[in-house]
Design a protein around this ligand. Structure first.
Ligand code: PLP
Length: 443
């Protein structure tokens, strides 16, 4: 459709007048306005186009307006737009079947899916399942984590956002591995892994193993900095959870559905969690959707007992139809394989070169698949994070060059839709390189 440039200001004015924003002081906001998108590109009403290196909140894995997913939503809308979760629905059943199939690719034996509206309530219900299944209360999760903005999920979150929201019971935090800023004085990945596991086991012992229902971890912590776990860490957490009878919940809300180059991130690390939570990439957020993937032991625990949880929109047919189309399209078009290849052949080499070309400001780069972080510092020796004001300037400079970045604290997260091409990555890194050259002068 024709775009009216006047709508650029109109959309912004409406937003500023009436939309109350997430995680923000409302006064000084200046939101970007987007009118449409296709593939890895977005545009505004004035005809400016942007290469998306953010996937929004790292959720648009399949890119914008994938025709098969849009068509599936339209087709389901023509048939039945909503139905009570207690009734069986074809789209919902098929979505659950496909999700379980992908979760079982590496030989795991998952059986059922509990559908939610997004990632937070997926974690909320995974925690509830773990507590009811074990009869225990405490949930261990990492300080460097984000698990969502509801009762238990926000308190399970480790970052600052939990602090003004601490109303839920039974949460204890621990430090996960992060070699660049090690809490354990480690100097090698092996040391970091071993010491982080020792610390976690000591937390388990000190809290009392018989009181701990779940260890909730992001397989690859995302918002906290794309902290790829060092060798042996996830295997160690799996072993520890098994040894103490603790349910291991893998939060794959961000890392799942192809982001790391695997259908599920844990599949690349050779472990199987007890519960998996998902949202985002399951249907790229075309319609809100999340859920918990459940193995037989926990699913059948509730064969005779009531599961005391539910949501009006659990397995919403429009969302379910979009899940089916998303998983089918990602399979048919090799989108997960593309994410892995682009990570290995394009982003990996480009990010290493960026680090080599800007040794003073790039402290560390890390990642896999289409899930990478560039950690920026004032100087390599002190590792002091680049201040927010400079990060703001970096963001503006990238936008001016037609790249929509994901900027988080002192990091640029390189998290494009999984359909990006080598040429897209070349274009994006051309902009990152130019902007980091300018930034060196500001530091
Ligand atoms: N878990 C992880 C790892 C996330 O990254 C997020 C969102 O960023 C959530 C949970 C919360 O998901 P939602 O915002 O859909 O509730």
């Amino acid at each position: 459709p024709e775009l009216d440039p006047a709508d650029q200001q109109f959309a912004r004015d409406l937003d500023r007048a009436h939309v109350f924003h997430s995680w923000s002081a409302q006064g000084a906001l200046d939101p970007l306005v987007f009118a449409g998108g296709s593939g890895a590109r977005l545009w505004d009403f004035e005809g400016n186009s942007f290469l998306d290196m953010s996937s929004q909140l790292v959720n648009v894995n399949i890119g914008y307006q994938h025709p098969k997913v849009v068509e599936a939503i339209k087709a389901q809308a023509d048939v039945l737009t909503t139905i009570d979760p207690k009734h069986a629905n074809l789209a919902r059943g098929r979505a659950a079947q496909l999700i379980v199939e992908k979760a079982n690719l590496a030989g795991a034996g998952f059986e059922k899916v509990f559908f939610t509206n997004g990632g937070a309530d997926a974690n909320e219900n995974a925690i509830r399942l773990a507590r009811l299944y074990t009869g225990r209360d405490t949930v261990l999760s990492a300080y460097r984590s984000y698990h969502g903005n509801t009762g238990a999920a926000i308190v399970a979150t480790g970052d600052w956002r939990r602090v003004p929201n601490q109303y839920a019971r039974g949460h204890v935090h621990f430090f996960g591995p992060y070699l660049y800023r090690s809490e354990f004085w480690a100097t090698t990945p092996e040391e970091e892994s071993e010491r982080a596991l020792h610390h976690l086991e000591r937390v388990v012992q000190a809290e009392g193993p018989d009181t701990i229902a779940a260890i909730l971890i992001e397989t690859v912590p995302g918002t906290a900095g794309i902290l790829v776990p060092p060798p042996g860490y996830l295997e160690g957490v799996r072993e520890l959870a098994t040894r103490y009878g603790i349910v291991l919940i893998a939060d794959e809300v961000m890392a799942g559905f192809g982001r790391t180059g695997e259908w599920f991130a844990h599949q690349g690390f050779g472990i199987t969690p007890d519960l998996i939570t998902f949202a985002k990439g399951v249907n790229s957020g075309y319609v809100p959707m999340g859920g918990v993937i459940i193995p037989p032991a926990i699913a059948h625990h509730f064969d005779e007992r009531v599961f005391p949880g539910g949501l009006t929109y659990s397995g919403h047919p429009l969302a379910a139809a979009s899940v089916v189309a998303t998983i089918e399209a990602m399979t048919d078009e090799g989108i997960v394989e593309n994410a892995k290849r682009i990570g290995q052949e394009a982003i990996g080499p480009a990010i290493e070169k960026l680090a080599a070309d800007h040794p003073d400001v790039v402290g560390e780069v890390r990642g896999l698949g289409c899930f990478w972080a560039i950690e920026l510092v004032t100087d390599a020796a002190s590792r002091t994070p680049l201040p927010d004001a400079v990060m703001g300037q970096i963001k503006s400079a990238l936008l001016a060059r037609g790249v929509l970045p994901f900027v988080q604290n002192n990091r640029i997260h390189v998290v494009p839709p999984l359909i990006v091409t080598e040429d897209d990555i070349t274009e994006a890194f051309h902009a990152y390189n130019a902007v980091l050259s300018e930034v060196a002068a500001l530091v």
